[in-house]
Design a protein around this ligand. Structure first.
Ligand SMILES: *Cc1c(COP(=O)(O)O)cnc(C)c1O
Length: 366
C-alpha cells in the first residue's frame, strides 16, 4: 500500500466532468478576471459562512494582509497571534509593518489561548488573530469579549477551517474579519492559489475591495496605493463546483477522524480533542506520541505518509529572530511541535487504507 497524506487527484477524478465543463465555460466566455464566476462565488461563500460580504483575493496570505490593512493595522501596532500555525499568519502581520506578538496555545485544542493572549495586550495592541488550527474553531466568544474590553479587532485565520462551526455559527463570519485560503490542499482547494476575506463590516469590506484592486474603484483613478490581488474566473468556476460538495467532504473527514480516534485512543495514543460546542473539520488529523520519529519512520517504511505540523513554532523561526524570543518562552507550543504527528486525512481515504494505517500503528505500539 502507498497512502499519501492527501490525495488531490482522487478528488479531481470524482469531479472530472463538472470541472471540465466549468473550465470550458469560462474559456468560451472570453472573461477571465473580475467576471460573473467571481461574483457568484463571492455571493455563495458569503452565504456559506453567514457573512454579509465576501471579497475574493489571490490567496490566503493576501487575505490576511488585506484584512489587517483594511482594519488600519500598520507600523507601530502590535498584533497578537498563535505561534503554532503556518508561517503566513505572522508573516502577514510583519508584512503590513506591525509587530507579531506570540502567546501560548491551549494544550488540548492547539488553538491560541485567550488568557495567554489577553496577558500580552499593551497600549499598542490593535488586533488579535486566532487561528482555527487544523480545522478546529478557536474560542471566539472569549476573543470577542477580550476585544470588546480592549477595543481590538478580531481577525479570524480560517484558512484551514471553512465549514467548521462554533456554537452553530460557521467560522470566518464570527469575528470582525475572516480570512480563508483555497490553496489546493485546503478543505476547499482550487487548482492554484485563491482566497477570500469575509466580513459583516461594510467599511472593512470596501477597504479590502479597493486595496485588492490597485486602490481603485473607478478604472484608471486611484484613491490609495493598493495591490493586485484577485481571484480569477477559472479558479472561481472550479471552486464553485467544489463549494457545493464541501459540507459532505467535511462530514467524511469527521467520519474518518472518528474511525482513527476510536481505535488509537485504546492504544494509549493522544488523539485530537474536539471542543463540545464546536464542529471540527479535520483539515489535518494529528496524534501525539512520545516516540514520534520512530513511529513516523515505521509508517513511512510501510508506505504510509506522515506529516509534522509544525516542526518549528513561529517564535523560534529564523525570520523572527529579531523579535527576541527563545526556547522555553512558549512551552505548550514548543511541546506540541515536538510531539504531534499527522496521519493521512482526506474525504476520499478508503476504509481499507484506514484499516491498514491503524494496523501498522498497532503493530508499532505492541
Ligand atoms: C494556508 C494557510 C495560510 C495561507 O494561505 P495561502 O493561500 O497559502 O496564502 C494562512 N494561514 C493558515 C493557518 C494556513 O493554513
Amino acid at each position: 500500500m502507498n497512502i499519501p497524506l492527501i490525495d488531490l487527484r482522487a478528488q479531481y477524478v470524482s469531479l472530472r466532468q463538472e470541472i471540465r465543463s466549468a473550465i470550458h465555460n469560462v474559456l468560451e466566455s472570453g472573461i477571465y478576471v473580475s467576471g460573473p464566476e467571481v461574483q457568484l462565488f463571492e455571493q455563495e461563500t458569503a452565504e456559506f459562512a453567514n457573512a454579509k460580504t465576501s471579497v475574493s483575493v489571490a490567496n490566503g496570505t493576501d487575505a490576511l494582509i488585506l484584512a489587517l490593512e483594511a482594519c488600519g493595522v500598520g507600523p507601530g501596532d502590535e498584533v497578537i497571534t498563535s505561534p503554532y500555525t503556518f508561517f503566513a499568519t505572522a508573516e502577514a502581520i510583519a508584512r503590513v509593518g506591525a509587530l507579531p506578538v506570540f502567546a501560548d496555545i491551549d494544550p488540548d485544542t492547539y488553538n491560541l489561548s485567550p488568557e495567554q493572549a489577553e496577558a500580552k495586550i499593551t497600549s499598542r495592541t490593535k488586533a488579535i488573530i486566532p487561528v482555527h488550527i487544523f480545522g478546529q474553531p478557536a474560542d471566539m466568544d472569549a476573543f470577542l469579549a477580550i476585544a470588546r474590553r480592549h477595543r481590538l479587532y478580531v481577525i479570524e485565520d480560517a484558512c484551514q477551517a471553512l465549514g467548521a462551526e462554533y456554537h452553530g455559527k460557521p467560522v470566518g463570519g464570527i469575528g470582525h474579519v475572516g480570512c480563508v485560503s483555497f490553496f489546493p490542499t485546503k478543505n476547499l482547494g482550487g487548482y492554484g492559489d485563491g482566497g477570500i476575506v469575509l466580513t459583516n463590516d461594510e467599511d472593512i469590506a470596501r477597504n479590502v475591495r479597493v486595496l485588492a484592486n490597485h486602490g481603485s474603484t473607478r478604472r484608471y483613478f486611484h484613491e490609495t496605493v493598493g495591490y493586485n490581488s484577485r481571484l480569477d474566473e477559472l479558479q472561481a468556476a472550479i471552486l464553485r463546483v467544489k463549494l457545493s460538495k464541501l459540507r459532505e467532504w467535511n462530514r467524511l473527514r469527521r467520519e474518518k477522524a472518528d474511525y482513527y480516534s476510536e481505535r488509537l485512543r485504546e492504544m494509549g495514543i493522544k488523539v485530537p480533542y474536539v471542543t463540545p460546542s464546536a464542529s471540527h473539520v479535520f483539515h489535518i488529523y494529528t496524534i501525539e506520541v512520545s516516540k514520534r520519529e520512530e513511529l513516523s519512520a515505521y509508517l513511512n517504511g510501510g508506505g504510509v505518509a506522515t506529516g509534522h505540523y509544525y516542526p518549528c513554532p513561529l517564535h523560534l523561526q529564523e525570520a523572527f529572530a529579531s523579535l527576541g524570543y527563545k526556547r522555553g518562552d512558549l512551552p505548550v507550543a514548543e511541546a506540541a511541535s515536538e510531539r504531534t504527528l499527522a496521519l493521512p486525512m482526506y474525504p476520499e481515504l478508503t476504509a481499507e487504507q484506514q484499516q491498514y494505517i491503524v494496523s501498522r500503528i498497532r503493530k508499532f505500539m505492541d
